[in-house]
Design a protein around this ligand. Structure first.
Ligand code: ZN
Length: 232
């Protein structure tokens, strides 16, 4: 049987670039066919009926940090998925992250929540309860290190790889555990000191860099945006 000529699917635009006079090449993430590369013919003509439907999340354009975060989570999703391979868990967590950003939730909380959700979807959930080496549950107040290349926390009984050993405060570990246990509404309501939040951010960036085997390009832009904007 010949393949059908027409497909209908939900999709999130991950990447785009203009082609020729009026066309645009899109990389989209679909719930069941993974990542797809498409040519949207004539989409840049003012009369195109497709144009509007391919530019979602309009509210985000008014808020630079939310928009930069949307780019960041989109880039992580893009790197984490294969073409034409089922990626439903990644699609679902990305769609929710975009909705949360669009609704005005704090971008940092959404970004961390997404990183945890993406790591889960990829089967590389960060270990924040047990030592990654001896599998022992860390006791309260026990010293430990954060070792992204090993997948999480390492107790003090082991030397660990010298380069990637990172100190993490007890408070930051508590927040990482909260990301494991709480839903996004509860996470958004947490009151956290700025330094702890930044520690958690740095820890998860390192973790994602290992999980996806490279640094996200969008991070430089996100950092720049936050540098020029006053903290909220
Ligand atoms: Zn151990």
């Amino acid at each position: 049987m010949p393949p059908p000529r027409l497909y209908k699917t939900a999709a999130i635009v991950l990447k785009r670039f203009d082609l020729g006079e009026a066309d645009r090449v899109l990389t989209v993430l679909t719930p069941h066919d993974g990542k797809l590369r498409l040519i949207a013919k004539g989409v840049r003509r003012p009369t195109s009926r497709l144009g509007g439907t391919l530019e979602p999340w309009l509210n985000l354009r008014d808020r630079l940090e939310s928009a930069a975060t949307a780019w960041y989570v989109g880039e992580l999703a893009e790197r984490a998925t294969e073409e034409q391979a089922n990626a439903y868990p990644v699609y679902a967590v990305l769609r929710r992250a975009f909705q949360l950003l669009d609704d005005g939730m704090a971008p940092g909380r959404v970004a961390r929540w997404f990183e945890f959700g993406l790591a889960d979807a990829l089967g590389v959930r960060p270990e924040v309860e047990r030592c990654v080496e001896c599998d022992r549950v860390l006791e309260a107040g026990e010293s430990f290190r954060w070792v992204p290349s090993l997948g999480g926390v390492l107790c003090e009984r082991h030397a660990g790889p010298p380069v990637e050993v990172v100190r993490l405060s007890q408070d930051a570990l508590k927040v990482l555990r909260a990301y494991r246990r709480l839903d996004i509404e509860a996470l958004a309501a947490l009151r956290l000191p700025g330094p702890v939040e930044r520690e958690v951010e740095a820890a998860m960036r390192r973790f994602m860099r290992y999980a996806l085997e490279r640094e996200a390009r969008s991070l430089a832009f996100l950092d720049e945006v936050r540098h020029v904007l006053p903290p909220v």
